[in-house]
Design a binder for this molecule. Sequence first.
Ligand code: DAH
Length: 352
Amino acid sequence: MIDQLSEIERTGLEALEAVQNEAELEAWRVAHLGRNSGLMQVFSKFGQLSKEEKPVVGARANEVKKAFENGLAAKAEAMKQAALKRTLSQEQLDVTLPGRRIPLGRLHPDTQTLRELYRVFGEMGFQVFRSREVESDEYNFQLLNFQIGHPARDMQDTYFIEAEGRGDNPIVLRTHTSPGQIHAMRWISSMNPDNPPPVRIVLPGMCYRYEQVTNRHETQFDQLEGLAVGPGITFSDLKGTLADFARRMFGQNTRTRFRASYFPFTEPSAEFDVECFLCGGRGCNVCKGSGWLEIGGCGMVHPVVLRNGGYAPERYSGFAFGLGPQRMTMLRHKIDDIRYFFQNDLRFLEQF
Ligand code: DAH
């Protein structure tokens, strides 16, 4: 019987070797593992064996069965792999490959804050005016009432571009968005120089300063400038506008305060604070216990600046302000390092 089992095993495995497709494999399974197979007949005759023979034949029969079952599984797998290989080589498009996920993008936190600012100021009648980032000394400083050598220039460490023969008017990367005031006023007043139309705009964009980079200072940062020019505009309009802005931006009950300050292009000038929107004015570590957050500078447009823009200061007045959107974003989300904004690290960006 042991010899018979060896013969069953040899012919069975040989036949398996010759199997070409799934139908043949199924036929093989019925013939060699099925109820009428030689192997199963050995099992059915088991009862007739002597006590000594039983364990020996039993072990051998199980061995053959195991070999058949393993052979069957290996053959099935090999045929599946061969079929896949065949389709892969014949078909251009492999629909069995899982698709590549397309990561969803989102807006940079700076852009989100800027868009919110456009919305708020848009509701108040301000249009967005885009101005250049590469400026001349004249626009960045002189026309804004910072004469050459003016001490207030020291507040804005500047990137000067070496360009031959420009004398006192070198090329600079703008240190603030304020030069856009001059471009905007000149453009708008040129539409009707004798009776220039009123101005109500916000000017967003990047500014550049030669800074020692730290967690609070970067060599580039966003500003949002505001400018309103027209007949009879007063400091009350400035206060009302910024107070309304703060309520729309930070909540209905947000209080504001103005502290006297100095800028060459405004007179009078003020620093503009809002009540800390994180602690509601009670004092926390973000507002350093004061209850107030410094949001920007503002003031009444200086007569020299109005005239440089084409608006006669005898007939027109105006107010201006400059806000730091990045600072607002940092305060809002308690971001403690301004360098994150430009590192393009997804671990940072994906949080917004
Ligand atoms: N340009 C100023 C700065 O970067 C900010 C500023 C202050 C803008 C007062 C204004 C203003 O329009 O009225 O430091």
